[in-house]
Design a binder for this molecule. Structure first.
Ligand code: HEC
Ligand code: HEC
Length: 258
């Protein structure tokens, strides 16, 4: 049976409104999620850093005559013993190598002779963009991590339990989650965190049970939770109160520093 034109028009307008609302909502949530580490990650994709610095699990590009023999991965790659400071990471990005390398004629000659050379991005980028890239690379490589001893225990746990695989490096968030309200897994740094986690009690509940009874009472949120591809696992069998406390201290240290 054919639908009357008016019904069709209403359905169409309704669909456009729902889709428009969803994409507007996504825009707002994405802006609330942004932080220097996440901005840096997105920049490394846009600027092509990832063409040369391959991800974990990929084969590094051979680079004969260079210091490491390959273009190192950012995380645990051939340069993992090198341990640059934040200042050196910034010099790599601005000038293509640390000042100390460029001032040394022997090293400069090696750089000139290798197959691939790190480009100098300084002229192409604003100071904020350079800062974001430094934050991202430093977070990936564990350079000068934030927080005291309690934070260190929490960070180690977060690595072991795989929290960072979903919530992003140092909880910077933004990894894809198709079907969810924002379209991504929220991290621990931005404004979305405070909407989802009002206090320590709610943090404990999320980690123990993988959900929040406060948010579950909202039908719109329940609708998206049912549709989303990835859900938060429940850690009640794995983590005790003290360990969850260490994770909380780490998240607080991260938020204070970001
Ligand atoms: C054309 C390939 C190429 C591109 C593109 C490239 N790099 Fe590099 N990068 C290198 C090479 C090669 C080294 C190792 C130093 C050497 O052997 O000269 C390096 C080293 C580094 C280092 C120091 C080593 C480490 O892991 O701490 C950092 C930091 C770095 N690059 C950041 C970046 C960033 C950020 C971008 C994008 C804005 C980028 N690179 C783009 C080739 C590249
Ligand atoms: C398989 C992916 C995955 C893993 C692993 C994971 N989470 Fe989650 N987490 C999620 C998803 C998805 C949400 C839900 C966000 C939503 O529904 O809005 C979430 C929500 C949360 C929240 C509340 C929202 C926010 O802003 O982060 C906290 C806190 C949290 N997780 C902490 C952790 C901790 C701590 C660990 C490790 C012990 C962990 N998660 C491991 C996917 C994961």
């Amino acid at each position: 049976m054919a639908l009357p034109v008016r019904t069709l028009a209403f359905l169409l307008i309704g669909a456009v409104l729902v889709l428009g609302l969803e994409s507007a909502c996504r825009g707002v949530l994405w802006r609330r999620e942004l932080n220097p580490i996440l901005r840096g990650r997105l920049l490394t994709e846009r600027l092509g850093c990832v063409n040369c610095h391959r991800p974990v699990g990929a084969i590094e590009i051979p680079n004969p005559a260079s210091r490491w023999g390959t273009v190192p991965r950012f995380q645990g790659g051939n340069a993992f013993m090198y341990g640059p400071s934040r200042a050196e990471i910034e010099e790599f990005i601005r000038f293509g190598a640390p000042r100390a390398w460029l001032d040394e004629p022997r090293v400069e000659a090696r750089l000139a002779g290798q197959r691939l050379r790190m480009p100098a991005f300084g002229d192409r980028l604003s100071d904020t963009e350079v800062g974001s890239l430094v934050s991202y690379v430093a977070a990936l490589e564990g350079v000068e991590p934030r927080g005291g001893e309690d934070a260190a225990a929490g960070r180690e746990l977060a690595r072991q339990e795989g929290c960072l695989s979903c919530h992003g490096i140092e909880g910077s968030g933004g990894l894809p989650n198709p079907g969810s309200l924002g379209g991504f897994v929220p991290g621990f740094l931005g404004g979305n965190f405070t909407d989802l986690v009002a206090n320590r009690g709610e943090f404990d509940e999320w980690v123990r049970t993988g959900t929040s009874t406060r948010l579950a009472s909202n039908p719109l949120i329940r609708y998206f939770w049912q549709r989303q591809e990835i859900s938060m696992p429940a850690y009640r069998e794995t983590l005790d109160e003290q360990q969850i406390g260490a994770l909380w201290d780490w998240v607080q240290a991260l938020r204070a520093a970001s």
